[in-house]
Write a protein that binds this ligand. Structure first.
Ligand code: NAD
Ligand code: GLY
Length: 353
């Protein structure tokens, strides 16, 4: 078992990473929450038939009364209607303040069930059991929970840390290649922003099978970086912004594709390459780095560029959550494995793009 701790004072929590962990999930949760009686297991329609019964049985064996709530798979479920349904379902189930919500699935389930856990009864214990690569390396750690609004993604949410994150890398074996690749965009991001040796390691393991042969080490490295960044800046007012490398432009590409032509991971992949090119133009990023990142994202079937109109760039930059007035902090690389926040006028950035 590989264990990491997210060291938030008074609210620290562990991340357990172990192949074959799912059937023992209930035992780990029981050790942490000896007084809890009811467990609301939230999952989606793809994950439920694959892993729902294993986790529900494990919770039952650990003495929890379990009810499973299945939402339709897909981003559309991260919405106010599903959140409201979960609130009502939890209330009918009789969940109390000492009970818990278990989020079993990808980032959609983690964000939705996490926000439901944060808000039902003013907050009950949340356990994250991420089953996509993206959720294991990113969304299950760090406490950002949210739903989308018709006006935009992740517009209603909270910072609400889980009590425990349980990762079973075996669940990644059932992911479609495209979903695995989406997670790889975030994995590559960690190498770019925080760990040059890891970036070199990824370049030497440029395929799904090569990564899976070292998956525990990969998950551990990504979660270690995320835990360090979150511990330093839980509420995303400073250093945590480096996690957005490739995301400002990635959002523009997602917008350009009307959120259907390109996935988040594809947007981030092309966004990282473009951000490296911008950094080179600004004299900050070493000249070879855009090519190195492009080769890496390409190896995992991700795009190195995505067509985007000036209007879509402008809309994405204007809406960017990091933006303050006419300027924003663009995350750029000043060397491989190291990111900096670069303040730039939006007009200058638009002109460069
Ligand atoms: P997702 O949750 O939609 O999962 C992708 C697909 O894989 C879904 O169809 C799902 O049913 C399926 N799936 C999940 N696990 C599976 C498995 N083991 N085997 C087979 N199929 C499986 O998408 P995602 O990429 O995991 O997450 C994207 C979401 O995460 C977005 O809503 C994004 O905003 C959010 N996100 C949140 C944070 C955060 O910090 N909270 C960070 C990054 C992304
Ligand atoms: N996924 C970005 C963050 O957690 O801040």
């Amino acid at each position: 078992m590989h264990t990491l701790t997210v060291p938030l004072p008074g609210r620290e929590y562990d991340i357990f990473i172990q192949s074959g962990l799912l059937p023992g999930a209930g035992g780990h949760i029981r050790s942490l929450l000896p007084r809890a009686r009811k467990a609301a297991l939230v999952t989606d329609s793809n994950v439920a038939p694959l892993y729902g019964t294993t986790v529900a049985d494990s919770l039952t064996q650990a003495g929890f009364q379990v009810e499973t709530f299945v939402v339709p798979a897909g981003e559309e479920s991260k919405c106010a209607a599903q959140l409201s349904d979960l609130w009502s379902s939890f209330a009918r189930f009789g969940l109390t303040r000492t009970d818990l919500v278990v989020a079993l699935g990808g980032g959609v389930v983690g964000d939705l069930a996490g926000f439901a856990a944060a808000t039902i009864l003013r907050g009950v214990s949340l356990i994250q059991i991420p089953t996509t690569l993206l959720a294991q390396v990113d969304s299950s750690v760090g406490g950002k929970v949210a739903i989308d609004l018709p006006e935009g993604k992740n517009l209603a949410g909270a910072f609400y840390q889980p009590r425990l994150v349980l990762m079973d890398p075996d669940t990644l074996n059932t992911l479609p290649d495209a979903t695995f690749a989406d997670g790889m965009a975030e994995v590559i991001k960690y190498g770019c922003i925080a760990d040059r040796d890891f970036l070199d390691f990824l370049a030497q393991h440029p395929s799904r099978s090569a990564i899976m042969a070292h998956i525990v080490q990969v998950l551990h490295t990504c979660c270690r970086i995320k835990a360090e960044v979150v511990a330093e800046d839980e509420l995303d007012t400073g250093r945590r912004m480096i996690l957005n490398f490739g995301h400002t432009l990635g959002h523009a590409y997602e917008l350009a594709g009307h959120y259907s032509a390109y996935t988040h991971g594809q947007g981030v992949a092309a966004g990282m390459v473009r951000a490296a090119e911008l950094g080179i133009s600004l004299g900050l990023t070493p000249a070879h780095l855009s090519g190195s990142i492009a080769r890496l994202v390409q190896a995992f079937g991700l795009p190195t560029s995505i067509p985007c109109s000036p209007a879509d760039y402008a809309a994405a930059i204007g809406l960017d959550k990091k933006g303050a007035g006419n300027s924003l902090s663009l995350i750029l690389l000043d060397r491989p494995g190291h990111a900096v926040a670069y303040p730039i006028q939006k007009e200058q950035l638009l002109a460069m793009l």
